[in-house]
Design a protein around this ligand. Structure first.
Ligand code: TYD
Length: 207
């Protein structure tokens, strides 16, 4: 049986990830390529705990947040009904909105890489993506888009946090071990121009 490809879309809050994922889904549908969209935090119980913490409803320590994302990711990979591993082995391509690159960038601001990296990258249950597309926007663009689209901000959406997360993503991309395919795309342009580059990167992996 064919194995699907696992593609992750990453970016700052306000990078236009949602728009680009919709455009990518449209293109895959038009071409009748089998795919499933998914996201982290997930819709599982662990995802609910994380969302409460992101909204500031529950207070969690940085290590707890890192561990919750790790547990959520493990469930996401291993769920026997709709987990990433199951979809891939059924020949379905998986497009995931955020994955462990988010943990390394966001939780990496507060907890040490010395355990965060192996916990995510070396856990046998956690599947390595075939491609990570990083939608890059300057901090001011991300901040402006968040301000325009929301009434309240989550814990990682302050202007200061956004700038630090962007730096952290680039730090992570610089130290990842061999075997990670990262495509950085300038997402401050027109959505259609960004979508064209996203499609090119995805097609290279699917084709
Ligand atoms: P979400 O509501 O999905 O935001 P967005 O639509 O902008 O992606 O919330 C995801 C938030 O969780 C976002 O601020 C990034 C953060 N996050 C982490 O801190 N670590 C992780 O491992 C993941 C997957 C997300």
């Amino acid at each position: 049986m064919n194995c699907g490809k696992f593609i992750v879309i990453e970016g700052l809050d306000g990078s236009g990830k949602g728009t680009q994922i919709s455009l990518l889904a449209g293109e895959l549908s038009r071409r009748k390529i089998p795919f499933q969209l998914t996201a982290e935090p997930t819709q599982y119980a662990t995802g609910g705990l994380i969302r409460d913490a992101l909204a500031g409803l529950t207070k969690r320590t940085p290590a707890e947040m890192a561990a919750l994302f790790l547990a959520d990711r493990t469930a996401h990979c291993e769920n026997p009904v709709d987990g990433i591993g199951k979809l891939l082995s059924d020949g379905v391509n998986v497009i995931c909105d955020r994955y462990y690159y988010s943990s390394l960038a966001y939780q990496g601001m507060d907890v040490g890489f010395e355990w965060l990296m192996p916990a995510n990258l070396d856990c046998p249950a956690i599947i390595r993506p075939d491609l990570c597309v990083f939608l890059d926007v300057p901090t001011e663009v991300a901040d402006g888009r968040i301000a325009a689209g929301r009434n309240s901000r989550e814990i990682y959406e302050t202007r200061d946090a956004i700038a630090r997360v962007r730096e952290k993503y680039f730090e992570v991309f610089g130290i990842l071990p061999e075997g990670h395919k990262i495509k950085i795309i300038d997402a401050s342009r027109e959505p259609s121009a960004v979508a064209k580059d996203v499609w090119e990167a995805v097609w290279e992996v699917l084709g």
